[in-house]
Design a protein around this ligand. Structure first.
Ligand code: VGL
Ligand code: ZN
Length: 202
């Protein structure tokens, strides 16, 4: 019943957590809840995907190149590593994005094989959590919906950059308006444990 479900964990990397170069307020607070979800997916044998921002040192989004962000998630650096406490199973799939200097890619689907990989596994529904609500989570969710996946967002597993106050709230409205469903991770974990259909009916 659950076999068409996948978990997509977006950019839970050091640079987006407190102490990082593009830190999201309370970004690290999502880790515990996401780990619980990951454990549940592991128990069910369901596929788990981790996206990561994986920039070259001269990425176009960085200030020095005229971009809007401080340097962050430079590939192979500590800032680009997943948060130390994030549970990354050995058999999970890691999707690196925004890997080319001259192209920004907020969505995990942009310039990657994420959609093809999900479809190859016959996934039709994705559960999403991670950072940041107003950039990579938003764009990943909108692309997933556009590609025809049903999307559930873990409310307590997302945090925003909030360049402008209210950006996260607006992002959530936009994702919902496009068909995404919001759920608490605890409820999603319990439903999975009880093998109740998580989407559609919720
Ligand atoms: C992100 C800003 C710049 C994100 C990535 O992961 O949301 N935000 N690069
Ligand atoms: Zn970036």
């Amino acid at each position: 019943m659950m076999t068409n479900l996948a978990l997509v964990v977006v950019d839970v990397q050091n640079d987006f957590c407190p102490g990082g170069s593009l830190s999201v307020k309370h970004g690290d607070k999502v880790v515990g809840h996401i780990n619980a979800m990951i454990e549940r997916f592991e128990s069910e044998g369901l596929p788990i995907f981790f996206t990561r921002d994986w920039h070259p040192a001269d990425h176009c989004s960085f200030h020095e190149q005229g971009g809007i962000w401080p340097p962050h998630c430079v590939r192979e650096t500590k800032g680009a590593k997943f948060h130390t406490n994030l549970r990354v199973p050995a058999d999970a799939t890691i999707i690196s994005k925004a890997t080319k200097a001259d192209k920004e890619a907020y969505s995990g689907f942009d310039g990657t094989d994420l959609s093809a990989r999900l479809k190859a596994l016959r996934v039709t529904r994705v559960i999403v959590g991670g950072l940041a609500t107003d950039y990579c989570v938003k764009n990943t969710v909108l692309d997933a919906l556009h590609d025809g996946f049903e999307v559930m967002i873990l409310k307590d597993c997302i945090k925003g950059v909030e360049v402008r106050k209210g950006d996260s709230a607006q992002a959530i409205q936009e994702m919902k308006a496009n068909g995404a469903v919001m759920i608490q991770s605890k409820d999603a974990v319990n439903k999975l444990r009880r093998r109740v259909t998580v989407l559609s009916s919720s």
